[in-house]
Design a protein around this ligand. Structure first.
Ligand SMILES: [Zn+2]
Ligand SMILES: [Zn+2]
Length: 130
């Protein structure tokens, strides 16, 4: 009888990670948000870092789409510019820091203003329109 050794990989080795681009309404700059796929349409946000629009395009981050159940890891550092932990998805499909002025949110991508509702799993487009 031949015994086969099966090597069990820790779950983390299977993880697929993507980088989405968000814009900060405080600094009007872009930053990258790293998300790990933890299951079908389940994503864990683990990291955020400053990024230039030009490099986001070059890395192909603008092609990425994410949807479904998105949560934040306990050590997610927040926006690298304003430190905010909130992200708001505009109907245009892009993410911005959740910065409210007189209860109104302004999308850094398309300029649309409005009140914030609950995210219900719409597709998020990572990035860069020019
Ligand atoms: Zn910010
Ligand atoms: Zn928008």
């Amino acid at each position: 009888m031949v015994r086969r050794k099966v090597r069990l990989l820790p779950v983390s080795e299977f993880k697929e990670a993507v980088v989405l681009i968000a814009k900060c309404g405080e600094s009007h700059k872009s930053y990258g948000i790293r998300m790990e796929k933890t299951g079908t349409d389940r994503w864990l946000t683990t990291w955020a870092f400053p990024i230039k629009d030009s490099s986001a395009k070059r890395e192909g981050y603008d092609k990425i789409q994410v949807k479904g159940d998105i949560s934040f890891s306990d050590d997610y550092p927040g926006c690298p510019y304003c430190g905010g932990h909130g992200l708001t998805l505009c109907p245009c499909g892009h993410l911005s820091c959740t910065i409210m002025r007189s209860n109104v949110f302004t999308c850094e991508w398309c300029g649309m203003q409005g009140e914030i509702g609950n995210y219900s799993g719409e597709t998020i487009v990572a990035g860069a329109d020019y």
